[in-house]
Ligand binder design. Structure first.
Ligand code: ATP
Ligand code: FE
Length: 354
């Protein structure tokens, strides 16, 4: 089957064409991602209204480019898959509308995909991961442990109670005058820094379970930064690097320890995960990957390539295909949903948008 996948839930307009025949490895024929970083840069964050407009303007082009890249036309497709939530509602709507138009015009079946399911099923696309596996989804908007037991069976073992780590990386960069997105900038600085100079808290490690908190790190960072600034009137390059290193070490410590607990939780439930996988933009962080590899121990650690870790159409095409094969399709009444928790969907409702 050849699937078009479309994604527009945040600040990337993405379209991909994926082909898969059972018993073979899936092939990503094209994977177009049009970021909106420049559009939102002056505002220091994603402006939902601007994002929605840009998605509406660019989605057609993204789809055209994906088809051209794959050397295919609409008539070669078997299925249209689109993110139907959760996310910024204007953007999700723009994608869903465009997908409906294509599905109707080309006479193709349509499936709505949960964006988080797209991330969570990525290890199956990239590594053929078998069920069950443990997934740490760690991005700009999300942070959660998911036990994935089937294409529509997700159990949330814990997650952040406030900020997502990517958000914390972005805020840290902003507070230190580094460019956005903050993750890569902070990681670069941290590589030259001394993580021991500033001691940041490791929130919630004293409590059982897999829940996490990252908002306190920001407060701690502001305090340390202001202390240095008060003493010296400004930050040196080394101060910045040390602050980044201290912050990144704290995030990695928390995620590593909670990952250890999430793996233990799988065992406690009598399950042997086939893999421990990460997804989301923060999974690009090399220091973090190293820590998580250690924690995984004997369990294979899977970290998809970065372009499939961050928002993309290929993961939506794949999740849509899995759902389609399980018998799911949507009609022209497919709704866009701003909120859509992964673990509270009964199979009959997955992707239906109702
Ligand atoms: P979501 O997918 O949850 O809706 P999003 O679109 O913001 O949110 P992604 O595109 O998956 O998330 O990831 C972007 C986030 O990843 C940003 O917050 C960015 O700072 C962070 N990030 C990217 N690279 C790194 C890195 N090397 N280290 C840490 N964080 C990183
Ligand atoms: Fe995402």
């Amino acid at each position: 089957l050849t699937v078009l996948g479309m994604e527009s839930s945040c600040d990337d307009t993405a379209a991909a064409v994926l082909r898969h025949e059972p018993g073979t490895a899936p092939v990503i024929l094209a994977n177009v991602v049009m970021g909106q970083a420049a559009l939102h840069a002056p505002f220091g964050g994603v402006v939902p209204e601007l994002a929605a407009r840009a998605h509406a303007e660019k989605m057609d082009l993204a789809v055209e480019q994906a088809l051209a890249g794959a050397g295919l036309s609409l008539g070669d497709l078997d299925l249209v898959a689109v993110t139907a939530g959760p996310g910024l509602i204007g953007g999700v709507l723009a994608g869903v509308m465009c997908a409906k138009g294509i599905a109707m015009g080309a006479g193709l079946p349509l499936v709505g995909v949960n964006h988080l399911a797209g991330h969570a099923l990525t290890p199956r696309l990239t590594d053929g991961a078998g069920f069950p596996y443990l997934m740490l989804l760690v991005s700009g908007g999300h942070c959660q442990f998911l036990l994935v037991e089937g294409p529509d069976r997700f159990t949330r073992l814990g997650g952040t109670i406030d900020d997502a780590p990517g958000e914390a990386f972005d805020k840290t960069a902003k507070l230190l005058g580094l460019e956005q997105p903050g993750g890569p900038a902070v990681e670069r600085e941290a590589a030259r820094g001394d993580a021991a100079r500033f001691r940041f808290p490791r929130p919630l490690l004293d409590r059982p379970g897999c829940d996490m908190s990252f908002s306190g790190l920001k407060t701690a960072l502001i305090r340390s930064r202001d202390q240095v600034m008060a003493g010296r009137g400004g930050l040196t390059r080394q101060d910045r690097a040390d602050l980044c290193a201290g912050f990144q070490a704290a995030v990695a410590d928390v995620l590593a320890e909670k990952s250890r607990r999430a793996l233990a939780e799988c065992t406690a439930r009598g399950l042997r995960p086939t893999a421990f996988a990460v997804a989301g933009g923060v999974a690009a962080n090399q220091a973090l990957r190293l820590r998580l590899t250690e924690v995984a121990g004997d369990v294979p650690f899977l970290a998809p390539p970065l372009r499939l870790c961050t928002d993309n159409g290929a993961m939506i095409a794949w999740a849509g295909l899995e759902r389609f094969r399980a018998g799911g399709t949507d009609g022209m009444d497919l709704a866009a949903r701003p909120r859509w928790p992964l673990d509270r969907q009964s199979p009959s409702l997955i992707g239906s948008g109702r």
